[in-house]
Write a protein that binds this ligand. Structure first.
Ligand SMILES: [Zn+2]
Length: 91
């Protein structure tokens, strides 16, 4: 069982799985989205659409990639999240 980072979907595709529609990025590469971890009506979470690093300025959660956001939003282990995203090879 191996994690294959190269098999991870694009950041926008991971957001789509979480039913998040990112606003267009503002030139810095970051988009503002509604935080799927604490739940809110105003977008407080900033995520880089290429690198996937993110931070929520309302609840303070942050992570280095879109997989981590998906994992926290769904309450999964790393392996479960990687498997969901098709980046876990083997059984
Ligand atoms: Zn949050």
């Amino acid at each position: 069982m191996t994690f294959n980072r190269n098999a991870l979907p694009a950041v926008a595709d991971v957001l789509a799985l979480l039913s998040i529609e990112p606003t267009r990025s503002n030139g810095s590469g970051y988009a503002q989205v509604k935080c799927p971890i604490h739940g809110e009506s105003n977008p407080s979470l900033s995520i880089h659409l290429e690198r996937g690093n993110w931070r929520c300025f309302a609840c303070g959660e942050a992570g280095g990639d879109a997989l981590e956001l998906y994992r926290r939003a769904r309450g999964l282990t790393f392996a479960q999240a990687a498997r969901d995203l098709g980046a876990w090879e083997g059984k």
